[in-house]
Design a protein around this ligand. Sequence first.
Ligand code: NDP
Length: 331
Amino acid sequence: MTTTTKFKSWRVQEQGGEYTGSEQTVSTSDLPANEVLIKVSHSSLNYKDALSASGNKGVTRNFPHTPGIDAAGEVIESASGEPVVGSKVIVTGYDLGMNTDGGFGEYVRVPASWCVALPQGWNGRTAMIYGTAGLTAGLCVQKLLQMGASPEQGKVAVSGASGAVGSVAVELLSKLGFDVVAISGKQDHADELKALGASEVVGREALAAEKKPMLKPVFANAVDTVGGQPLAELLKQIQPGGSVSCCGLVAGPQLETTVLPFILRGVNLLGVDSVEIPLADKAAVWKKFAGEWACPKTEASARDIGRGQLDGALRAFLKGESSGKIVLDHA
Ligand code: NDP
């Protein structure tokens, strides 16, 4: 039976081209007519949420809107019977928080095909410490491993290292035995990055624009979370046969490169999507993070915020000032 419940949601309104988020009381009857109603305990903050909240029409077309591309919580209604009522689930990506009201509200209603069972031993908060950013870091590392990356080959670079994706990539790669070079614009975060497992922290100038089409190959492999010019420079510095997992665009969506890294050094540029991939692929990475890929330092250092702190936290993402993992706790 479908019941109607009033709940709190952080809604973004559009007025005269300005976008403002605030706490509103809404109703489950306002949610889209999907199969599974979830009471969200926690969400996670991502760069894409900041884009949605600031009116980026490539992410969210219509307002008012509740951002939050991640949600973890308990199934309250399930029209198709799966997942079962009372079970705990994770929803990340697909259209959640884009044009489907997302995890910054206390309830979401989503298709059953978006729901992954919470891994054994996890609660909603643990899942949301990783969130889409952690999932993406895991997929980036998985792609490098699938290409045969191994610690013996040499250093692995992580750009945007202090960010939500980058910080998990640093810890996971270090845990897997890689010699990790964190590339970060935040000198004051060097100690945190070393604590996560980076052996070296270098500034963003390591990827500053150079006229030369090729540079000394210093990295065996890399995880790039920033895109744009820094990615083009990174490709010039990869050893023969090495790979770069590419997932982000904070430094811009354009990639101006020559083919030389590819045809002279056999470098591989690996695209990573965490949003539209099959649910089973997401579930496989969650299972790893709940087991042999657990990142205890990331888990211990995650920050919790309430809905009232969302505005400031999202603005920090847009300025490149955010760091580490931030969990939204609806309690
Ligand atoms: P964050 O803002 O947390 O991290 C990005 C980091 O990049 C910043 O912390 C900063 O790190 C660095 N940075 C910011 N601006 C610039 C700049 N102009 N030039 C160079 N470096 C910069 O974002 P997320 O980690 O959540 O996301 C990173 C990217 O990955 C985003 O573009 C996001 O959209 C994308 N993404 C893609 C997914 C996919 O499925 N493909 C899924 C999840 C995220 P520092 O100061 O340490 O240099």
